[in-house]
Structures are given as C-alpha cells and as structure tokens.
Design a protein around this ligand. Structure first.
Ligand SMILES: NC(=O)c1ccc[n+]([C@@H]2O[C@H](COP(=O)([O-])OP(=O)(O)OC[C@H]3O[C@@H](n4cnc5c(N)ncnc54)[C@H](O)[C@@H]3O)[C@@H](O)[C@H]2O)c1
Length: 320
C-alpha cells in the first residue's frame, strides 16, 4: 500500500485529518507536510516534511521518495487572507493545485480537493443551494475554488486522475485555530465566551451561513475517498453541511451553558460582504445519496461538545 501525502497539514483541518488518517491507515503511511516549520510540541511519531506546494519539484520528489498513492491537498489561503493578498492567493490556490494534479497524473495518485461554499456567489440561489447551481463568486478565494473544481474535473476526464472533493461550509473546531476565513467568528466566539464571557463579532447578528463540526468533516473526507468511484455522480465537489446558523443563534446556544455570555458587534465590512455573497444553506442530498454522507452533530450537540472539549466543565465561567 502506497503512502498518503497531506499538504497544508498544520492548518485547522490538517491538525485533525492527519491523526485521523494515521489512526485509520497507520502512522507510517501518512506524510504530513506544510510550508510552515513543524512546531516542536507536535507528538512524536508520524512523518513530517517541509513542502511548498508552489514548488513542483518538491512535490515530485516527495511523491517519489515516499511512494505516494493519495494526496489530500489542504494547502491554500483562506477567504479573508486571500482578499488581502489576491496575487499570493492565486499563486498558492491555483498554481499549487495544478502542481499537485500534475504530480498525481505522473504518479497515478488519488487526490482530495477541498472546495468551499465560497465557490458560490451572489447570483447563486442562497437557500438550500442545489448541488448544481450558478457559480459566479465575487472573491478571489471563490474564483480559485471554482477554477479548482473545474481543473480537478478536467484532470479526471482527460487523464483519469481519481480526484474527489467536498464543498465545505464553515468548520467549527477546537484543536487548531482557523486560518483567516469568514466563518472564523464561530470558533472565536467559543474561545472568548469561556475566557472573557464576552465577544465582539465581526459579522452582523443575522448573517446566516452553512456550518459543520470538524469530526463530521473529517469523517466525510475519509468516507468520500473510500467510496465506490462508480457511484459518484459528481466526484468534485459535493455540497456538505450540517447546520445553518447565525452569530445570534450560536450565541443563544452558548448562553444556555454560559448564562452571562455577552455578544456585541464590530462588523468588518470586508468579511461581511464576503459572507453576504455566500449561500445561507446547502442541499446536501447528492452526498447523502451517492456515498452516504450523514453528519452527526447539530447546533446543540456541537456546542456542548465544543464547550466540554475546551474545558468548560472545569471553568468557573460555566459554574454559574
Ligand atoms: N476551515 C474551513 O472552514 C474551510 C472551509 C471550506 C474550505 N476549506 C478549505 O480546506 C483547506 C484547508 O483549510 P484550513 O482551514 O485547514 O486552512 P488553514 O489556513 O488553517 O491551513 C492551511 C495550511 O496551508 C499551509 N500553506 C499555505 N501556503 C502553503 C504552500 N505554499 N505550501 C504548503 N502549505 C501551505 C499553511 O501554512 C496552513 O498550515 C483549504 O483549501 C480551504 O480553502 C476550509
């Protein structure tokens, strides 16, 4: 069995996907890589490498050296960061993906590509957005995600590369901090509710976006990659989400456990306008029908688990 390469492995998703892959396939079969230097406090064991996805030779060398058979390509600049640095975003998100697909073509690797709700835009029907809908995003992040979906389809159709992908919603998690996206407010709200009982949200109270808890995203990723390819009508990128929530609704749920939690708003116009160009909720029926997508966490169970994991039980903040 050939090894698995994860790019962008030190980010919000990689920090949980790498341990899950190690557990599922064996620690010696997973090569975790990132352009960032590996922090010293990482648990011993497992393979960690420096890899810049904009450097094709580095990817090819890694594929050869470790006999890579699958690549989970997580390296990217996220929506808010990309809007600050559009040229760098194109370079990392597009050239990086092209380099990965080329390495996959040459070494016959399977590829996982995480697209995003950012691949939709203001002209997309925002409620229960269908699997196939108009995609005219107005952010550079969204442009790279739509172009990425198409490039993946091209490599699958033209060269037979087994590329699969999810259109991920905002992901809520407690292991690693989010990397500069528009839905980061949700994770920040949990942390600050516990630490300060107060949070100033950068999105307006009624901004509705699709979200999912990280354990559901990790399971969905592995399930999609193991699914019978013959049953996949879309390959990439499947709509997935588990809830559709606003900052006000999340705050109300947190307040059930932290009664004195106070929320106010200091709206960031850039991230607010990005959020307003995205869907409110997604139709995930294609993922459910084709490969059995079934998220386990809703708003209530995710909130309880997040607070528990973040140490809420022992915090005086929740002993009120
Ligand atoms: N987290 C979410 O809510 C979310 C939602 C939708 C889609 N996604 C997509 O999932 C993927 C991973 O997201 P994430 O939240 O873990 O992002 P993140 O920002 O937390 O992590 C990205 C990682 O990529 C690394 N990186 C940046 N440039 C690189 C380069 N040139 N070469 C190699 N590594 C590089 C960064 O150091 C970082 O560790 C991205 O493609 C993102 O667009 C994430």
């Amino acid at each position: 069995m050939r090894r698995i390469l994860v790019t962008g492995a030190l980010g919000q998703i990689g920090s949980e996907l790498v341990p899950a892959l190690q557990q599922h396939y064996g620690a010696d079969r997973v090569v975790a890589s990132d352009v960032r230097i590996v922090p010293q406090q990482l648990p011993a064991g497992g393979i960690h490498e420096h890899l810049d996805c904009t450097q094709p030779q580095q990817i090819l060398e890694m594929a050869r050296r470790y006999e890579i058979g699958a690549i989970y390509h997580l390296a990217a600049l996220l929506s808010a960061v990309a809007e600050e640095k559009p040229h760098a975003a194109w370079n990392v998100n597009m050239d990086g993906l092209y380099n990965i697909l080329e390495a996959a073509r040459q070494h016959r690797c399977q590829v996982f590509f995480p697209s995003s709700i950012g691949a939709f835009g203001p002209s997309t029907p925002p409620d229960h957005t269908p699997q196939t809908a108009i995609q005219r995003p107005t952010t550079i992040y969204g442009v790279t995600k739509v172009a990425g979906e198409l490039l993946c389809d091209y490599y699958a159709g033209r060269f037979g590369v087994d590329v699969r992908g999810l259109r991920l919603p905002g992901l809520i998690s407690y292991v690693a901090p989010p990397g500069g996206g528009t839905t980061d407010y949700a994770v920040e709200m949990f942390l600050q509710a516990l630490r300060y009982k107060h949070y100033s949200c950068f999105l307006k109270p009624d901004t509705r976006l699709p979200m999912m808890y990280m354990p559901d995203a990790i399971r969905a990723t592995i399930e999609l990659m193991e699914a019978d390819g013959g049953r996949l009508r879309y390959r990439n990128a499947y709509n997935v989400a588990a809830m559709s929530i606003t900052p006000a609704e999340l705050a109300a749920e947190i307040r059930k456990h932290v009664p004195s939690f106070a929320l106010d708003f200091r709206v960031d116009p850039v991230r607010q306008s990005i959020a307003e160009s995205w869907p409110h909720s997604l139709d995930t029926s294609a993922a459910r029908e084709d490969w059995g997508f079934a998220p386990q966490f809703d708003l209530a169970s995710m909130t309880l688990d997040m607070l528990t994991r973040l140490g809420a039980k022992s915090s005086p903040a929740v002993a009120e």
